[in-house]
Design a binder for this molecule. Structure first.
Ligand code: ATP
Length: 361
């Protein structure tokens, strides 16, 4: 099937700065694709090239199989939702949604029908005559998307559209955006620096760093099978240690940190050898905690310490354990259970994890 969007070997240079370097990806029809990366990594530059506001230095952009490099921004079958939704305050909701259609010269009755249809799809029927400032942040967000979607773009570009919302609304909108995408059955390309947004909504995610794609895959791929230290550290919460490799046997590896901690992990096929510096990543939920060291005897990584903080968080709880020598603080996640209620701040505890849970790079 022809992808809705295909970028090949896309590069953008601004003088001496290479903002985007040799980026290639395809987005299949009707899917939700996110570009996830820290501030300044080049996400917006990619979006602006797709929208036509910036010309690539090299590479090609095809929408439904056709190159759009020589197509003016307003003629490209894409539309863009910005962080500041840019609804027109002087127009009511229906006029806002119908704005692009009026500019295309569509007749009034048809516009009215399309606007009503869009309001239904976004779950806000009958609000066409309201003013923009009578809507909540989440409703404005939906209207901004409807305003783009009535133009029936092949691809909708969303540039950190949840950035201006408060935390609670952002949580809800993550789920809503995903269902809006399904309701309109349109390809969404979403950029964000927030890994939890990308994980919740996307069919596929590209993790970007320094102008390049580090890894592309589903949220689960990135979380469970990161291919670089950057991805392991950027996607999901993790404990991280740096150390020197002291032993290697097949996939199993032993390393000693600067603080003298001996840790065992797995290379998962990566090339690491004796004496080399390495990073080991351990997810907080992979670590077990117990009052009695004997309960963790079967783990080949064990640390003794004291609970320094305990954060109850509903379904799961986060515990910070400080090592006995005070040089380490390890994050442990526990599902809500009896196990947690028996642990208190200040308790002497032991933690342990299996070596294959220590992902080494
Ligand atoms: P943020 O999340 O902060 O918006 P980003 O990942 O979208 O960041 P870009 O805005 O794409 O990053 O910027 C990537 C790099 O390109 C940065 O180093 C930036 O300073 C540089 N850059 C972007 N636009 C220009 C420009 N018009 N001229 C010169 N340098 C630019």
């Amino acid at each position: 099937m022809t992808p809705d969007l295909e970028c090949s070997a896309l590069t953008k240079r601004f003088g001496d700065t290479t903002a985007v370097e040799n980026v290639s990806f395809q987005v299949p029809p009707g899917s939700f694709f996110s570009i996830l990366g820290p501030s300044g990594c080049g996400k917006t530059t990619i979006m602006r090239m797709i929208a036509g506001f910036l010309e690539p230095s090299e590479g090609d952009i095809r929408i439904k199989g056709k190159s759009v490099l020589n197509v003016a921004p307003n003629k490209r079958p894409v539309n863009m939702v910005f962080q500041h939704l840019a609804l027109f305050p002087m127009m009511n909701i229906a006029e806002n949604i119908g704005y692009g259609l009026r500019r295309q010269g569509m007749d009034k009755t048809q516009i009215g029908r399309k606007v009503d249809e869009a309001l239904d799809r976004i779950g806000l029927p009958g609000i066409g005559s309201r003013k923009v400032d009578e809507l909540s942040g989440g409703q404005k967000q939906r209207v901004a998307i409807a305003r783009c979607m009535v133009l029936e773009p092949d691809v909708l570009l969303l540039d950190e559209p949840l950035g201006a919302l408060d935390l609670k609304l952002r949580e809800r909108m993550k789920v809503e955006l995903k269902s809006l995408q399904a309701a309109f059955d349109t390809t969404f390309v979403y950029i964000t620096h927030d890994q939890s947004e990308a994980l919740v909504m996307s069919d596929n995610i590209a993790v970007m760093n320094n102008g390049q794609f580090e890894q592309m895959g589903s949220g689960q791929d990135l979380y469970y099978r990161p291919e670089s230290a950057f991805v392991a550290g950027f996607v999901g919460d993790t404990n991280r240690w740096q150390g020197k490799v002291t032993r290697k046997e097949g996939d199993a590896i032993e390393l000693v940190t600067e603080n003298g901690l001996t840790l065992r992990g797995a290379t998962h096929g990566r090339d690491l050898s004796d004496g080399q510096q390495a990073d080991v990543f351990v997810r907080p939920e992979a670590i077990r905690i117990a009052h009695d060291a004997a309960d963790l005897a079967h783990f080949d990584n064990r640390i003794s310490g004291r609970v320094t903080s305990l954060l109850f968080n509903g379904a799961a709880s986060r515990i910070l354990v400080g090592s006995e020598d005070g040089r380490e603080e390890i994050e442990v996640n526990l599902p809500q259970s009896g196990e947690f209620s028996s642990i208190a701040k200040g308790d002497a505890v032991h933690i342990g994890w299996a070596s294959d849970q220590g992902n080494c790079f």
